[in-house]
Design a protein around this ligand. Structure first.
Ligand code: ADP
Ligand code: MG
Length: 228
């Protein structure tokens, strides 16, 4: 029996109106990602990569077309329903880290677990921060941490809930090269250990090359990149 995709987008179109012009970012886009795959979504700046990621994660809704995650269709769900799927099945790592400034590193990692009423939120979060090498920084606030350290906290937060899918959008975009390299090694190591499905948005060809599959977004359409 053929396995069904963990993420499936069908005829996805996303457009908006700007100064009376219809601007189409994504056009009838189809995509299937299977459990455990590592997929890079590449394309030039402004090609619609972040828009696509938002639709796949149910953070935004398409103009037309459908997204199914774990065999559940987003179109049958309201924002609360989509948020529930995000909380149960997805982790996120963004370019801008997106930590809450008023919470310590530990509290930031604990938050998604607490929202799920996880009984061992604190232990799991300490463990995750330990894994990313920040056990000495758990009580520090984001502003007391470097960019690389903040991204480590975000990675710990993303993996602590043991998500089925990890979405990463330009995770090294705000870091210098050396720090970015360390973050990528960490991200791939954590991902391999957990067997998480990885959807990585990047314009960095070297980074994309580390994924099993590369999909290139050009003029609103995704094309499989054939790699050697
Ligand atoms: N709601 C919107 N209103 C205006 N412009 C938008 C909207 N959504 C997306 N865009 C535009 O769509 C294009 C694709 O954006 P984005 O998905 O962020 O691209 P990428 O992540 O590949 O750089 C950009 O030109 C962006 O400005
Ligand atoms: Mg983007």
């Amino acid at each position: 029996m053929q396995q069904s995709p963990i993420i499936q987008a069908q005829r996805l179109t996303y457009e908006f109106i700007s100064h009376d012009n219809h601007i189409r970012v994504l056009e009838n886009l189809n995509l299937s990602i299977f459990a455990g795959e590592q997929v890079a979504i590449i394309g030039s700046s402004g090609s619609g990569k972040s828009t696509l990621l938002s639709l796949l994660a149910g953070l935004d809704v398409p103009s037309s077309g459908s997204v199914q995650i774990l065999n559940k269709s987003f179109s049958s769900l309201d924002e609360d329903g989509r948020a529930a799927i995000r909380a149960s099945s997805m982790g996120f790592v963004f370019q801008s880290f997106q930590l809450l400034p008023s919470l310590t590193a530990l509290e930031n990692v604990m938050l998604p677990l607490q929202l799920k009423n996880h009984p061992h939120a604190k232990e799991l979060s300490s463990g995750a921060l330990n894994k990313v090498g920040l056990s000495a920084r758990v009580l520090h606030y984001p502003k007391q941490l470097s960019g690389g350290e903040q991204q480590r906290v975000a990675i710990a937060r993303a993996f602590a809930t043991q998500p089925a899918i990890l979405f990463a959008d330009e995770p090294t975009g705000n870091l210098d090269n050396a720090t970015g390299q360390v973050i990528i090694e960490l991200l791939f190591k954590m991902n391999a250990e957990a067997g998480t499905t990885l959807v990585l948005v990047t314009h960095d060809a070297v980074l994309a090359n580390r994924c099993q599959r590369q999909l290139k977004l050009v003029n609103g359409v995704l094309n499989e990149v054939v790699t050697a």
